[in-house]
Design a protein around this ligand. Sequence first.
Ligand SMILES: NC(=O)c1ccc[n+]([C@@H]2O[C@H](COP(=O)([O-])OP(=O)(O)OC[C@H]3O[C@@H](n4cnc5c(N)ncnc54)[C@H](OP(=O)(O)O)[C@@H]3O)[C@@H](O)[C@H]2O)c1
Length: 386
Amino acid sequence: MRKKIAILGATGSIGKSTLDLIERSPEWFEVVAVTAATNSEALAEIARRTGARLAVVADETRLGDLQARLAGTDCRAAWGEAALVEAAGGQAELVIAAIVGCAGLKPVMAAIEAGRTVALANKEALVTAGELMTDAAARRGATLLPVDSEHNAIFQCLAGSHEDEIARIILTASGGPFRTASANTIDAATPAQAVAHPNWSMGAKISVDSATLMNKGLELIEAHYLFGMPSQRIDILIHPQSVIHSMVEFVDGSVLAQLGSPDMRIPLAYALAWPERMETPAQRLDLADIARLDFERPDLDRFPALRLAREALEAGGAAPIVLNAANEVAVASFLSGEIRFTDISRVVEQALTDALFEAPKSISDVLEIDRATRSRVEALMKDACH
Ligand SMILES: NC(=O)c1ccc[n+]([C@@H]2O[C@H](COP(=O)([O-])OP(=O)(O)OC[C@H]3O[C@@H](n4cnc5c(N)ncnc54)[C@H](OP(=O)(O)O)[C@@H]3O)[C@@H](O)[C@H]2O)c1
């Protein structure tokens, strides 16, 4: 029996890596649903190639184009949130959650509520609704498999261990393209420089997050929810080569690490084949060739986003939602040339300072706090421009 898969965000960087693996092992997997935001051309091509039965665009204006491109196939074209939720909670046994940003929240929750196994790349969903999601997963018997390379590494290191044996988690971070840059250089960074990650090829938003180190901040919050670990027991370690993807220290002083070349197909393959393993075309690690591995502590002065994320995690309640929403708006403004690179953290800090939100009790609460923060941050940035 082939494993039935839904790929949410099939046209993105994670979506494409997933498809690459699936198409190398067609005897293992059957793609049943694929989704995108607006890219109906790429989505239709993916649906035709994989034989998916459902293809969904988030944007209504792209539906006509999707339908036309899928004419003559067995694939139904649909649009909007309800259809995204249907793709996530429908026939698939394994849902690859690779939508970027808070837009993935409802579909991920739908997959969890349907008791599916969810391979979670969409970290923003867990950052904004971590407790609601882990509670729902426990209630519905859904399994969350981390796809982020760091969390996947931790998941692998934790296999077979008990909670009381774990001393701390050590999340590694490449340090991004500005790791050695001066504060002045960072202040003048352009979008092209910010998305040029030294080790990983990723979508634009996560690349900017890696440059500010907000990505590591989001991952800190993600690790807290995935592994039930308090902030004080999650450390961040800069490791420029991105060979060690993260580590776990146990109470006896042993440290386990997962290593591999920086290729998202490795953690994705782990999630796709779990609880087994499958082959990947990823480059094999040659440690003699790499010769050295470096480590340093993060610089919270040049990269305040990491400090802000830890503060948001420790403040709890709605703070991670505010952090994430403000960051999404600020990153989009930076990418479109409206604000400077260093303004991203300033905007997030301001949003957190002004925030007065109670902890969310439902996904609707999360989305309302997200919406309110976005409009407050947009107003804030408009005021700053005048
Ligand atoms: N890339 C990596 O190596 C990597 C590593 C670890 C974790 N992640 C996480 O994985 C997620 C995806 O990252 P990515 O780099 O693959 O992003 P990406 O290349 O920008 O792709 C994003 C995908 O989501 C879709 N999408 C965007 N906005 C949407 C909306 N409002 N509603 C529905 N679908 C929407 C896009 O469709 P269109 O093509 O139509 O825009 C695309 O399919 C992010 O949460 C990221 O943090 C990524």
